[in-house]
Design a protein around this ligand. Structure first.
Ligand code: UT7
Length: 352
């Protein structure tokens, strides 16, 4: 079986920059708090009603296709990871296919809802299809438009200061070279704390049953269960919620675990990692994981300072920038890893 390699990378971030000071105009927060707790200095927000997750994903995808030196018509499988799809359904993959102008080829489009781990999950799925020989040019996209769905009042500040908009994409192809490309991917999930980092409305629970007492909507119950009730709107419950410290503590445990499992499988150690690109969740999480893995500063790439947490887009955006900055060279061992809502997490080791 042939390994898959990343043949081209692309990214797109909206022009409009919002600094921490800009956010403090809408809510009770400060540059000092955000910088100290997250490392974030600024983020991009897309232009509402002009841009969406799929339009940003399409721009990143076109760049990845160009950088891979292929035509968009060569794409035989689309994988789109996002938690902020344009529509409740259908998924963003078919919208991207339409925007790329390749609907006539009727290639499959798969949407992945694995939030922060979406890109690593997508990489793992794509890798299996390449290994079996089924597809030869897979377009994997991670794109998010968080700005549309967050609560920018003080009520939502512990979530809304963290997230930003953007997109990243890669083209995956089989490689002829033995020992190169994706060496291994590891993906995991544990739904015990599904609602602790979530946007639960609207949903088919209809506000009535969630497997937890935490969220209840008496008005929904009276109405026999509906997607959205006035109470949900009044309570501002059409926005994400997060138990930050639980997420933080679990992330710093699962990141090293899933990275070490990958390294062990291929007989390497963290010393062998040329560049570790973690999902950009929080700079403190990345630094904690770096310490646990005993990695030097030169072995880790972070850009959350500029973009905030762009969920499924954060790894491909960082991959693009690291590559452009000359930090990824032929033969390097690149380690990608992510943790997030679900909880889901994963890692990938790539011999570039
Ligand atoms: O992509 C993966 C998903 N997400 C993550 O990985 C996030 C993981 N968690 C985190 O990054 C951190 O938990 C946060 C950055 C979200 C929060 O940092 P924290 O150190 O865990 O703060 P906290 O939630 O314990 O809140 C501390 C205080 C609270 O005030 P009191 O109760 O001590 O008076 C909050 O109300 O900070 C307050 N606070 C804020 N203050 C100013 C919460 N958000 C803000 C804010 N500005 N934006």
């Amino acid at each position: 079986m042939k390994n898959s390699k990343i043949a081209g990378i692309g990214y797109y971030v909206p022009d409009k920059i919002y600094t921490n000071d800009d956010l403090s105009k809408f809510m009770d927060t400060s540059d000092e708090w955000i910088t100290e707790r997250t490392g974030i200095k600024e983020r991009r927000f897309a232009e509402k009603h002009k841009e969406t997750s799929s339009t940003m994903g399409t721009r990143a995808a076109q760049m990845a296709i160009d950088n891979a030196g292929i035509n968009k018509e060569d794409i035989d499988f689309i994988v789109f990871a996002t938690l902020s799809a344009d529509y409740y359904f259908p998924g963003a993959g078919v919208l991207l296919q339409r925007q790329l102008g390749i609907t006539h080829l009727e290639a499959p489009a798969l949407d992945i809802r694995n939030q922060c781990s979406g890109f690593v999950y997508g990489l793992s799925v794509a890798d299996q299809y390449i290994k079996t020989g089924k597809y030869k040019n897979i377009l994997l996209v991670g794109a998010e438009m968080h700005s549309m769905g967050m609560d920018f009042t003080t009520n939502g500040r512990s979530v809304s200061v963290i997230f930003g908009d953007g997109a990243g994409a890669v083209v995956l192809q089989p490689t002829e070279e033995e020992g190169r490309g994706i060496l291994t991917t590891h993906i995991h999930s544990n739904g015990t704390h599904a609602e602790e980092l979530a946007m639960i409305n609207p949903g088919s629970h209809g506000g009535v049953w969630l497997g937890t007492e935490k969220f209840g909507y008496p008005d929904a119950e009276e109405m026999g269960g509906v997607f959205v009730t006035q109470k949900m709107l009044d309570d501002g419950l059409l926005a994400p919620n997060m138990t930050g410290q639980l997420v933080f503590k679990t992330a710093v445990k699962k990141f090293p675990e899933v990275i070490n499992a990958a390294l062990y499988e291929v007989g390497l150690t963290s010393k062998d990692i040329s560049l570790f690109i973690p999902h950009q969740a929080n700079l403190r999480i990345s630094q904690f994981v770096q310490k646990l893995l005993k990695l030097e500063d030169s072995q880790v790439y972070n850009n959350i300072q500029k973009y905030g947490n762009t969920t499924a887009a954060s790894i491909p955006i960082a991959l693009y920038e690291a590559f452009e900055e000359g930090k990824i060279k032929d033969g390097d061992l690149i380690c990608l890893a992510a943790f997030g809502s679900g909880f889901t997490w994963g890692s990938a080791l790539i011999r570039w």
